[in-house]
Design a protein around this ligand. Structure first.
Ligand SMILES: [Zn+2]
Ligand SMILES: [Zn+2]
Length: 374
């Protein structure tokens, strides 16, 4: 299982290892909190490489000062000064759209002897392999992939289909019925945008568990396509946030919650997962969950891996439904017997060693970093 550091290098992906006398090159694939593990904003002195949108979101959500952010556009290669096998080298790096949440990217790293693709969290889309696509034209040796739902029983509708379900549900209600979108997660905005455009409504931002309304407003400003659909009017029919007390008294309202894990768990437990409905509506029809996934399902992951055809595979997380890492790796090994190098699957090899052979390059590396910060 991937531990956060590219093998034999000091490139940390979506992870902030504790200070261990070693310098790190930090890349953050997107702004979800579980991809900022170990980051202590107050003591952080380094620089984070990320996309422009992720950079803006990190400033808003984590108060990371812009001097600690190095921003890159999609499909614009840049060089990283990093260590590999104890030597300071320049590695070409390029971001590819991950179809996950706003700003989310995959990271392509070209080391001298091999190429690594780190998917971060992603949702497969056929466009990823269009004729000009980097993923199609570049040969990839090591694929570190988002294995969140790598389970044979998990099948998701496309994001577009999920948005269609959402529209159907709203259309069943009268045009007066208040609609609450319980979407805390960065990434559900795609669904909101479809609903706003379809019904010609604007959203009022109500409460949020994780973000202050002001933060949420700023967050929306980073998402230019959604910003025109934000309203200042508390009487708006569409509200982002959970059902508020006043509305609970109303005879009619609809609270919608997009969710993937909830449905995946039902599919995994079910004897006939294909018959699991992609939405759950409460008996009083006031609350509905809609299957909406920002991650690949099983078939999509297999398609993606086959198209990439890497030499080595490294999963990022243990999917639901597996009792432990061993049983999951067994399944992977059955599918891809030659691609699971045992060295890549040994956690110890991936955990950065406290004492590393690149210490002699540390001072040089720090000075390179300092230059890029100015
Ligand atoms: Zn994510
Ligand atoms: Zn994640």
């Amino acid at each position: 299982m991937f531990q956060g550091v590219v093998d034999e290098s000091n490139v940390a992906l979506d992870w902030f290892p504790e200070a261990s006398g070693r310098s790190w090159v930090h890349i953050v694939s997107h702004a979800h909190m579980d991809h900022l593990r170990g980051l202590d904003v107050d003591s952080f002195q380094g620089s984070i490489h990320c996309s422009w949108v992720t950079g803006s979101l990190l400033s808003i959500r984590k108060n990371i000062p812009s001097k600690h952010l190095t921003l890159h556009a999609l499909r614009e290669p840049f060089f990283l000064e990093c260590t590999y096998r104890g030597t300071l080298i320049r590695v070409s790096c390029e971001f590819v759209d991950a179809n996950h949440c706003p700003g989310a990217v995959m990271v392509l790293l070209e080391f001298p002897e091999h190429t690594v693709l780190y998917t971060g969290d992603f949702r497969y889309h056929p466009n990823m392999f269009g004729t000009q696509s980097l993923l199609r034209t570049r040969s990839i040796d090591v694929l570190i992939f988002d294995s969140t739902f790598f389970h044979p029983k998990v099948k998701f509708p496309s994001k577009e289909k999920s948005a269609g379900l959402l529209i159907d549900l709203i259309e069943r209600k009268s045009t007066e019925t208040p609609i609450f979108f319980s979407c805390e997660m960065l990434g559900s905005e795609e669904m909101l945008l479809v609903a706003a455009q379809h019904f010609g409504e604007k959203f009022f931002l109500h409460d949020s568990i994780h973000l202050q309304p002001s933060q949420r407003r700023l967050q929306l400003e980073c998402l230019p396509s959604l910003a025109p659909f934000v309203s200042e009017n508390p009487q708006s029919r569409f509200v982002i946030g959970s059902v508020c007390r006043n509305s609970c008294e109303r005879s009619d309202y609809l609270c919608l919650r997009p969710s993937a894990l909830f449905f995946a768990q039902i599919m995994i437990r079910s004897k006939s997962p294909e018959s699991v409905e992609p939405m759950y509506v409460s008996r009083d029809a006031k609350f509905a969950r809609i299957l909406f996934s920002m991650h690949c399902d099983y078939v999509e992951l297999r398609k993606f891996i086959n198209e990439i055809a890497p030499k080595k595979l490294v999963p990022m997380v243990l999917p639901p439904g597996f009792k432990d890492e061993i049983s999951f790796l067994q399944l992977l090994r059955e599918h891809y017997p030659s691609k699971l190098s045992s060295s890549l699957l040994t956690s110890n090899q991936l955990v950065p060693k406290k004492e590393s052979c690149d210490c002699s390059h540390k001072s040089l590396f720090v000075s390179v970093c300092a230059i890029s910060l100015e």
